[in-house]
Design a protein around this ligand. Structure first.
Ligand code: ADP
Length: 304
């Protein structure tokens, strides 16, 4: 199975004409309450595409934990290995969006941040039926490092989405422990100091990732497509033509798709194309986890 070790949030989204200013109270007609957090989003995408994805992580001791479990079950994610941290809240994102799509987001990391490297022995039992392990950086960096090390020791491929890029420098050991990393444009710039905007600049950035010990890198260029460089080969996948309305979680669906294709043992270039199709389809729908495409939709776009 595909195993995702990462964050679980509940997103509470209010849509308003304008964002409230400091001291101001505004009324929104409704709030949307949905599943979020990069771990949960990527698990939802992988489950929808592959039919078998397990999410490992922590929720808190509150009603939002039940909301998260119910939503995960609806996507077909195996959430049986989620741990409850009685001392912390479930992760929350309070999101306000104005009429122009501008937003403000407040994240309460809660139980996502209370996982410690010393918890790893307990987590390993549920992490390592993994055929592919998918990691992001919304749980503590030291935990990501320990999990990547454990996967590496067992020969389990690791996809590391370096998002969000931490303020402190990324642990250099992660470059050699990850099988593949999937930074977007801003993450690439923050990590290697080169802003990629086309195949050439992406190749320049990829060279720096390789110098640091990373074997394979996929540089997500949003509506410009994706550049990949792996094992001495490289390529550029132009964007699939879709009607994009909401880019939220395009990267998460991309990663869920990449994990799905890698778990099926496809050639690497095919895995990248499959992932890019998933990312493109995600932009045709609103929402985070809800934006994940089905296998039929991906196959159809790949044939087009
Ligand atoms: P992130 O959400 O991490 O910032 P991107 O926005 O770069 O990720 O999107 C991930 C991938 O999804 C892109 O590399 C591309 O393959 C695909 N994608 C994103 N936006 C579009 C778009 N407007 N049209 C076609 N493909 C897209």
């Amino acid at each position: 199975a595909i195993v995702i070790f990462g964050s679980i949030n509940i997103d509470i989204v209010a849509r308003l004409e304008a964002l409230p200013k400091p001291g101001e109270t505004l009324h929104a007609p409704a709030a949307q309450i949905g599943l979020g957090g990069k771990g949960a989003n990527q698990a939802a995408a992988a489950a929808r595409l592959s039919g078998s994805a397990r999410l490992v992580g922590q929720v808190g001791n509150d009603a939002f934990a039940d909301t998260a479990r119910t939503a995960l079950a609806r996507f077909g994610v195996d959430a049986s290995a989620l741990r409850t941290d009685r001392d912390h809240q479930t992760g929350l994102a309070l999101i306000a969006v104005d009429a122009r799509g501008e937003n403000t987001i407040t994240v309460i990391g809660g139980a996502n941040l209370s996982i410690a490297p010393t918890d790893l022995p307990e987590f390993e039992k549920v992490l390592f039926p993994a055929k592919v392990l998918l990691l992001q950086l919304e749980i503590p960096l030291a935990v990501v490092r320990t999990a990547a090390q454990a996967a590496h020791t067992r020969g389990v491929p690791v996809i590391l989405d370096p998002a969000p890029v931490p303020h402190e420098p990324l642990d250099p050991a992660l470059y050699a422990l990850a099988t593949v990393m999937t930074p977007n444009e801003t993450e690439t710039e923050r990590l290697v100091g080169i802003r990629p905007h086309d195949a050439q600049t992406a190749a320049d950035a990829a060279a720096v990732f390789h110098q640091r010990g990373l074997a394979r890198v996929l540089i997500k260029l949003g509506a410009r497509g994706v550049f990949w460089s792996a094992d001495g080969e490289s390529g550029f996948i132009p964007p699939f033509r879709v009607t994009a309305i909401d880019s939220v979680a395009a990267g998460d669906c991309f990663n869920g798709g990449l994990a799905t294709a890698m778990a099926e043992g496809r050639p690497f270039a095919d895995c990248v194309r499959f992932a890019a199709a998933c990312g493109a389809l995600a932009t045709t729908r609103h929402g985070a986890a809800d934006a994940a495409p089905t296998r039929d939709e991906v196959d159809e776009l790949l044939r087009s």
